[in-house]
Ligand binder design. Structure first.
Ligand SMILES: [Zn+2]
Length: 97
């Protein structure tokens, strides 16, 4: 299984994509960051492992976001675009198992 090593956008620590969180620290700007487990926002964060844990979980998380008045889809998908670039150009490691 191929995993991706990314950096926490708060503390700079390297971590695997699946061990990170999507966090919105600024609901006014509705911007998102990829963060490690030491740096999540307490109210507005999603574990990557949970978000993509199953199709049902992904649907649940997206529907939950849509219910939030502060949620701006364009900001979330801009974040996805940035995350994709990090996965493509960041270092990757092969995880056994
Ligand atoms: Zn961190």
């Amino acid at each position: 299984m191929k995993e991706y090593l990314l950096q926490c956008e708060i503390c700079g620590k390297d971590l695997e994509l699946m061990n990170g969180y999507f966090a919105c620290f600024d609901v006014e700007a509705a911007t998102w960051q990829f963060v490690c487990s030491d740096c999540p926002d307490l109210k507005y964060d999603f574990s990557v492992a949970r978000f993509f844990g199953s199709p049902r979980e992904t649907i649940d998380c997206l529907a939950h976001l849509q219910e939030k008045r502060w949620f701006k889809p364009d900001k979330f998908f801009e974040f996805m675009e940035r995350l994709r670039a990090s996965c493509s150009y960041g270092s990757s490691v092969n995880v056994i198992g």
